[in-house]
Design a binder for this molecule. Structure first.
Ligand code: HEC
Length: 168
């Protein structure tokens, strides 16, 4: 009797460990994992951007974006923080992200984000759109702006052309 009980106590944890061994597979896969671009795909996308953004330095753009990260996420489905998530911002009307609480100035602004608008915005948000609520002094360096715009194009889902068919 006692031997059996002892055996049960010894065997039970072993059985659990045994289960854990082969149980590395995730319990439930996420419905649709966000598509992550490879470095090669990013380089291809960069090269396809209109000048001067095709000359952009993505690494410098990433560094410049460090100044935006406190307030903005980039990825598909990313959260709004102090500022709105920026996925899909190119080609979108200013102040149009659903459920984000824009300033009146931004909500009623009548333009669509493209590289030129973003360049002006980032140079001096306050003079570009008076009354907006992005408390950011701007990026004075034109190369930093070029690079952060190139970085944003690559990271926020902008696609200049349909992906080329992989051939030759
Ligand atoms: C201190 C927080 C903060 C920082 C830092 C910041 N932003 Fe913003 N951003 C905001 C806020 C708040 C808004 C919304 C402005 C409004 O509604 O008037 C905004 C709006 C924007 C928009 C317009 C989005 C839309 O949906 O129309 C863009 C584009 C943008 N920011 C890019 C940037 C970039 C790029 C940087 C870094 C170079 C940056 N921001 C830095 C807070 C910030």
């Amino acid at each position: 009797m006692t031997r059996l009980a002892l055996a049960a106590i010894l065997v039970l944890p072993l059985a659990l460990v045994g289960c854990g061994d082969g149980g590395d597979a995730p319990q439930s896969a996420p419905a649709k994992p966000p598509r992550v671009l490879t470095d090669g795909e990013k380089a291809e996308l960069l090269a396809a951007l209109p000048a001067p953004y095709d000359q952009g330095d993505l690494e410098n753009g990433r560094r410049a974006f460090a100044r935006c990260r406190a307030c903005h996420t980039l990825g598909e489905g990313g959260a709004d923080m102090t500022g709105p998530n920026l996925y899909g911002v190119f080609g979108r009307k200013a102040g149009e992200r659903p459920r984000y609480n824009y300033s009146n100035a931004m909500r009623t602004a009548d333009f669509t984000w493209d590289a030129a608008a973003l360049d002006h915005w980032l140079q001096n948000p306050r003079t570009f759109l008076p009354g907006n609520k992005m408390t950011f002094p701007g990026l004075p360096d034109a190369t930093d702006r070029r690079d952060v715009i190139a970085f944003l194009k690559v990271e926020t889902g902008y696609r200049p052309t349909p992906s080329p068919t992989p051939a030759s």
